[in-house]
Design a protein around this ligand. Structure first.
Ligand SMILES: NC(=O)c1ccc[n+]([C@@H]2O[C@H](COP(=O)([O-])OP(=O)(O)OC[C@H]3O[C@@H](n4cnc5c(N)ncnc54)[C@H](OP(=O)(O)O)[C@@H]3O)[C@@H](O)[C@H]2O)c1
Length: 253
């Protein structure tokens, strides 16, 4: 019988994070969730014996405590993000996602696990791959994105966090491997058919949509399905709903 997997989840009280928590537990995965307010968790999830709730702010948790919570984890999923309010977008910490990501990586590096821990970061299609690999963007789109990054702290933060993983952690770190998941405009709804692409699919001016439940489904697959992980590690997959389908099917690549 395969060993029960353990995932450290941050951002589990968010709109997408809630789906991730629910789906991880549904798959029989043991979850340690670092949340600021335990009372925000769905009651059925909070009662699940496979969930351990750590009520703390990830950014101010002492290093030793974070390492203790990470010890024995197979994967970390981060759905942290700037809350969609004026304070959440323009208030501190403006580098929330970058700081959280680098803290998690530092703690994993300090632990030196025998097998690399998977780090799965929720990001956005506004984030570009390093090295200009997302070549489908028009000059106008690229100019708009630069402007967005200049004006909206979360856009810059998400880009910096992804750059940190691509450029500082890299693809051959012995202690951690990563994937940056890039959904388009987030929608509610059930798990449905979705598509995964290596690069940008739609224009910034005609966005596609992605059910949050589908983001969660793919993130859980990255934990439980070795083929999905082999396909997408050290990459920034774009995930969008498959057009005209509301039935759950195997996602396409
Ligand atoms: N909105 C979109 O259409 C869209 C599209 C694509 C990608 N994204 C990206 O996807 C990610 C998740 O989006 P979402 O809408 O699911 O998130 P969300 O509902 O805004 O949830 C954000 C999560 O981050 C936590 N958080 C916020 N500030 C924090 C802080 N200072 N310290 C610790 N935790 C903090 C929140 O905790 P509390 O519950 O304690 O506040 C919550 O769990 C974001 O990075 C976002 O940029 C969004």
């Amino acid at each position: 019988m395969p060993r029960l997997q353990t995932v450290l989840l941050v951002g589990g009280t968010g709109r997408t994070g809630r789906h991730v928590l629910h789906q991880l537990l549904e798959r029989g995965i043991s979850v340690r969730a670092i949340v600021r307010t335990g009372g925000k968790l769905a009651p059925d999830a909070a009662r699940n014996p496979d969930l351990t709730v750590i009520e703390a702010s990830l950014l101010s948790l002492p290093d030793g405590d974070l390492q203790r919570h990470l010890r024995g984890c197979d994967a970390v999923i981060s759905c942290l993000g700037h809350v969609l309010s004026f304070k959440g977008i323009f208030g501190p910490p403006r580098d929330l996602v970058t700081r959280a990501t680098s803290r998690l990586c530092r703690a994993i590096g300090a632990l030196q696990p025998a097998a690399p821990i998977k780090l799965i970061l929720m990001s956005s299609v506004s984030v570009d791959r390093a090295g200009g690999l997302d070549t489908r963007r028009s000059p106008l789109e690229r100019a708009c994105l630069r402007l967005l990054c200049g004006v909206l702290p979360p856009a810059q933060d998400n880009q910096r966090a992804a750059d940190f993983l691509q450029e500082t952690i890299g693809a051959s770190n012995p202690f951690m491997q990563w994937t940056v998941v890039r959904p388009d405009s987030l929608l509610p709804g059930e798990v449905s058919a979705y598509a995964l692409r290596e690069g940008i699919v739609s224009s910034l001016f005609a966005p596609a949509s992605t059910n949050m439940a589908n983001v969660a489904h793919f993130m859980c697959d990255l934990v439980t399905n070795p083929t999905a992980w082999a396909n997408w590690k050290a990459k920034l997959p774009v995930i969008i709903n498959a057009a005209g389908s509301s039935v759950a099917t195997s996602p396409t690549t």
